[in-house]
Design a protein around this ligand. Structure first.
Ligand code: S3P
Length: 450
């Protein structure tokens, strides 16, 4: 159990001096989920190093065990997955509890759609509000039956059977939907094709290749991708080293960028070009940020990120960049609050259906901290004043880890301390967040400010 787990309840972040140090962040959440899922289908033993041991990924580990795979942590810290082979999942004898994780939910719904049994899914109050029609529609077209609560929400049951391949153009740019269909295709005869008008994170495609599968990806001149997979290929176990999560590194990068005099290096971070939008945007805002030591690791780009704190300026973030930084907007809103001038961020309607409505929840918390902003249907316009925001509020996290961490970062540079009502939600994706931040100079403590 990490310190952050023990400090459930309110957590307060107070102004600190420059942060300094050389750190690593926990493993990438997207890659961790996929390593357990695909490892569970591969023939042989997959060793996963650097797995994110956040609650979201642990929910996937538990589900894969219920579906018949052996998934164990070793004393060395590595995880060992003994796969059952494509098409050999077993019927789970209890509900698959996906906790807070939309990724686990949507990927596993695809995985079990071709398995000839009922899989019952549930999750927490946040997950029960999230839309599942986006995956129910293509899975139903392939032949699975999804029986859900009204509005296509959790809890639900996937009745799997032999599926038909489809060609499906994504109506919403979502790596979860793409991956759901590709996982359903794994044990479906024939060629399943997903067309994505805007490219989304490609970790599933990269990892399928890593496990020896052939997958065809064609990119059109306008950037649209056509991804085709011939079903019923065997997957062969292959070791995986999970890079640090750029979405977690984002909190450290913004903290360093908004506190003058800071200097940190975040080592071994995934910098897949479909995930690096926040770093590009911070650069555009004038942050002194460089990515060095670029290398390839298991089909993924990895590098070290170095940031010096300074004054940021407001920018207009191109809406088409949203997809490559969708999880980073809450903390980018914080950076914008510290910048000189106006930052306009649009094209973000998907933020309204994440773990919380991240536009509304962030707008409310930022306003309570004295930030001037305009809330739009698809984004926020934030008027930064180049002086630290007032802070001094208690913010509700709405079961959303990224809301909690964003406001704790904000407290590090605000005039008055900021409290989040429930620190335990950070366990979802970033175990040890407060301890890591404090080790480089933050002042984040359990409880309310005195
Ligand atoms: C994820 C895809 C994104 C992202 C989520 C992780 C994934 O969701 O927000 O945190 O691992 O595929 P969408 O596919 O809904 O955009």
């Amino acid at each position: 159990m990490t310190m952050d787990k023990m400090i459930s309840g309110p957590v307060t972040s107070s102004a600190c001096g420059p942060i300094k140090g050389r750190v690593t962040v926990p493993g990438d959440k997207s890659i961790s989920h996929r390593s357990l899922i695909l490892g569970s289908l591969a023939i042989g033993q997959t060793r996963v190093s650097g797995l994110l041991e956040g609650e979201d990924v642990l929910a996937t580990a538990e589900a894969m065990r219920k579906l018949g795979a052996q998934v164990e942590k070793q004393d060395s810290g590595d995880w060992i997955v003994n796969g059952v082979g494509v098409g050999s999942l077993s019927e789970p004898d209890s509900v698959l509890d996906m906790g807070n994780s939309g990724t686990a939910a949507r990927l596993l719904m695809g995985l079990v759609a071709s398995a000839p049994f009922n899989s019952f899914f549930s999750g927490d109050a946040s997950l029960h509000k999230r839309p599942m029609k986006r995956v129910a529609t293509p899975l139903t077209q392939m032949g699975a039956t999804i029986t859900s609560r009204s509005g296509d929400r959790f809890p639900l049951c996937v009745t799997g059977r032999d599926l038909m391949p489809i060609t499906y153009e994504l109506p919403v740019a979502s790596a979860q939907v793409k991956s759901c269909i590709l996982l359903a295709a794994l044990d479906t005869p024939g060629i399943t094709t997903v067309i994505e008008p805007k490219p989304t994170r490609d970790h599933t495609e990269n990892m399928l290749r890593h496990f020896g599968a052939e997958i065809s990806v064609e990119t059109a001149e306008d950037g649209a991708r056509t991804i085709s997979y011939q079903g019923q290929q065997e997957l062969t176990a292959a070791d995986i080293i999970v890079p640090g999560d750029p979405s977690s590194a984002a909190f450290l990068a913004v903290a360093a960028a908004i506190i003058p005099g800071s200097h940190i290096v975040i080592e071994n971070v995934g910098v897949n070009p479909l995930r690096d939008g926040l770093f590009e945007t911070l650069g555009q805002m004038g942050a002194d940020l460089t990515i060095t030591n670029l290398r390839e690791q298991g089909g993924e780009q990895v590098g070290d990120i170095e940031i010096h704190g300074g004054l940021l300026k407001g920018v207009t973030v191109p809406p088409e960049r949203a997809i490559s930084m969708i999880d980073e907007y809450p903390v980018l809103f914080v950076a914008a609050a510290f910048a000189h001038g106006t930052t306009t961020m649009r094209g973000l309607e998907e933020l309204r259906v994440k773990e919380s409505d991240r536009i509304a929840v962030m707008a409310e918390g930022l306003k309570a901290c004295g930030v001037k902003l305009e809330e739009l249907d698809d984004g926020l316009i934030i008027h930064g004043r180049a002086v630290p925001p007032k802070g001094g509020a208690t913010v509700e996290t709405h079961l959303d880890h990224r809301i909690a961490m964003s406001f704790l970062v904000m407290g590090m540079g605000s005039e008055e301390p900021i409290t989040v009502d429930d620190g335990s939600v950070m366990e979802t994706s970033f175990p040890g967040f407060s301890s890591l931040m404090n080790s480089i100079g933050a002042n984040i403590q359990q409880g309310r400010s005195s």
